[in-house]
Design a protein around this ligand. Structure first.
Ligand code: PGA
Length: 252
């Protein structure tokens, strides 16, 4: 009923040559394998177009950006607009990744603008949320993630929400090798879905909620088997073809 998705967030990795090699390697490996869901590559801005070209309309792999500007165009030196992204074939964009919240101080007002702009242009936002370790230790994780969902998504109407993908990424699990247990992931995903159902009704059942944070080929099958986990947002393991392929195959 819900779309399964595995997205590879390459972060600030891969030069042009490396990006082409990784894309080609993945396509070779995918040859003959029809994934049971969507695969999205999320490279850095300078290589987006090259990755789109390498994919050459591959029916199972889409391309997303890691960020976008909050305004449509104009005097915003160093920023990249949603239309620029679309013009090179980008269909998805990460909004609110914890590294941008942390290092670039992106707050909910800004994230809301970006999300609305992406939706208005028909680019699918992958909205990232997740608590810090101290929030979990203090038992505030449900409240905190709830706030991230409410403050950035609750102004939408149900029709708009249908076009949003959510990624739950506990910050303490990102790049640390510490994965949330499947029980921890499932309870947070169920909590998010319940919040969405309370506000938007039945449409909540159709929203894909991805798990992110040290997801690897060996833990992906158990995580993806949870009823409310609809795939993954993958960092480190998306940089190596065999690892990423292993995770793609865990979608069933
Ligand atoms: P990780 O990163 O898989 O390397 O933990 C996930 C992410 O930040 O999207």
């Amino acid at each position: 009923m819900r779309k399964r998705i595995v997205a590879g967030n390459w972060k600030m990795n891969k030069t042009l040559k490396e990006a082409r090699e990784l894309t080609r390697g993945l396509m070779d490996e995918m040859n003959g394998h029809i994934p049971n869901g969507d695969v999205i590559l999320v490279p850095a801005f300078p290589v987006l177009e090259a990755v789109v070209r390498e994919l050459d309309g591959h029916e199972a792999i889409a391309v997303g950006a890691q960020n976008m500007a909050w305004e449509e165009r104009g005097a915003y030196t160093g920023e990249v607009s949603v239309e620029m992204l679309q013009s090179v074939g980008v269909t998805h964009v990460l909004i609110g990744h914890s590294e941008r919240r942390q290092y670039m101080n992106e707050d909910h007002a800004l994230l809301k603008k970006k999300l609305d702009l992406a939706l208005s242009k028909g680019v699918t936002p992958i909205y990232c949320c997740g608590e810090q370790l101290e929030d979990r230790e203090a038992g505030r994780h449900f409240e905190l993630v709830g706030q991230q969902i409410e403050e950035v998504l609750f102004h939408l109407d149900a029709d708009a929400l249908k076009n949003v993908v959510i990624a739950y990424e506990p910050v303490w699990a990102i790049g640390t090798g510490l994965t949330a247990t499947s029980a921890q992931a499932e309870e947070m995903h169920a909590h998010i879905r319940q919040l969405l159902a309370g506000k938007f009704g039945d449409v909540a059942e159709f929203i894909s909620i991805l798990y992110g944070g040290s997801c690897k080929p060996d833990n992906a099958p158990e995580l993806f088997a949870c009823p409310n986990v609809d795939g993954g947002l993958i960092g480190g393991a998306s940089l190596k073809v065999p690892d990423f392929m292993g995770i793609i195959k865990a979608m069933s």
